[in-house]
Design a protein around this ligand. Structure first.
Ligand code: PMV
Length: 363
């Protein structure tokens, strides 16, 4: 599919007003997206586990305007309160998606959104937030075009979410989602995320992700600035090639269930992401002393127990601890006893792999 396939034909139905609501999860990348071309076209393919508990719920009320549409008309509430500081981000999103949703200026919207995870936890809410919003707009488009096929609905939701925040396109479906063109992954595309449909060993079923909140502050580097650092980065080409190779290797690992090899790729990806930030110009150091303390404790735990706990990182100091479901008792006991001391206020989130976004039935 190309961008043009997402420009709709004239709609067959008229819709005056209504409300829709979606719940969309966050995701955690195993092979990281870092570096992009215009409009969130990724510089390399990535793959993520869709999460289950870290979610954004968004509802969209819409009312057809009487007057001729001139501009976007929307109000924004976050956790029950009017949130004007989010307006520029949403305005930009609406501008970007308008060619694909030509009805946007015809309605007045009220957007209400809330997160299941603590606000300002340092957990990126853009993936869950942008995917939930994209799905709400697609539900309205489906009312305008009742014949719309399910597959198109899902693809276009992911496509629109990508225009809001790249990684958001991996939050529509579960359990493993690939985004970015890759030679050996069927139907992979730079435009939207697709579920990884190859064989996946049962070792990866219900994989756990315990998120340690090391630093709940604002992001030191915004995603936009971060991705831009890969332009003219001295190691960019090697890094992009490595991401392709890592995906090839992961494909084999998902089939074989080899957890030792899985750990090697996942941890290397996390450290490479941070290495890219440390070696860009300007350079950034996003790990905190507690991030490193946790990583060293994870290495030691693995050495002592032979269990398969590993870490990954986003563009920040928080640590995602990944481990198989059948090792969860011992691993969680260790995390609670030994690692919570490194978290701000002892805060952590227990999550696991999930199946993707859900429409919320309105009462
Ligand atoms: O979706 P963005 O633009 O916020 O970028 C996210 C980048 C990482 O979280 C660091 C990696 C990834 O693939 O999710």
């Amino acid at each position: 599919m190309t961008e043009k396939d997402f420009i709709p034909q004239p709609y067959s139905a008229a819709v005056e007003q209504g409300e829709v609501s979606w719940q969309s999860p966050s995701n955690i990348a195993l092979v990281k997206y870092w570096g992009k071309l215009e409009n969130q076209i990724p510089a390399n393919p990535s793959i993520s586990f869709t999460l289950n508990n870290c979610r954004t719920t968004t509802s969209l009320k819409f009312q057809k305007k009487k007057d001729l549409a001139t501009d976007f008309d929307f109000e924004l509430f976050f956790e029950g309160e009017k949130k004007d500081s989010f307006r520029p981000k949403i305005q930009k999103f609406l501008e970007r998606v308008e060619p694909y949703l030509p009805f946007l200026k015809d309605y007045r919207f009220v957007i209400e959104t809330s997160n299941s995870f603590p606000h300002s936890s340092g957990i990126a809410s853009s993936a869950s937030g942008m995917s939930a919003l994209a799905l709400c707009f697609m539900s309205l488009e489906k009312q305008l075009d009742p014949e719309m096929r399910e597959e198109y609905f899902i693809r276009k939701s992911s496509f629109l979410a990508r225009l809001g925040s790249g990684s958001a396109c991996r939050s529509i479906e579960g359990e493993l989602v690939v985004w970015g063109l890759h030679n050996s992954i069927y139907e992979s595309s730079d435009l939207y995320g697709v579920p990884f449909r190859d064989e996946v060993h049962e070792n990866f079923r219900n994989y756990r992700d315990t998120i340690l909140l090391v630093d709940k502050g604002e992001k030191v580097v915004s995603s936009t600035v971060g991705h831009d650092l890969m332009n003219d980065h001295p190691y960019a080409e090697t890094r992009f090639r490595q991401a392709h190779d890592h995906l090839d290797e992961l494909q084999k690992i998902f089939r074989s269930g080899d957890l030792e090899e899985f750990i090697k790729i996942v941890e290397s990806e996390a450290l490479t992401l941070h290495a890219m930030m440390m070696t860009s110009q300007p350079y950034f150091l996003l790990m905190k002393p507690n991030t490193l303390a946790i990583i060293n404790r994870v290495f030691k735990f693995r050495e002592e127990t032979g269990l398969h706990l590993c870490f990954t990182l986003d563009a920040g100091a928080n640590v995602h601890l990944l481990y198989p479901d059948n090792e969860k008792e011992e691993t969680l006991e260790f995390i609670k006893a030994e690692l919570l001391q490194y978290c701000q206020g002892g805060q952590y989130i227990e999550d696991h792999v999930g199946k993707g976004a859900k429409q919320v039935k309105l009462a």
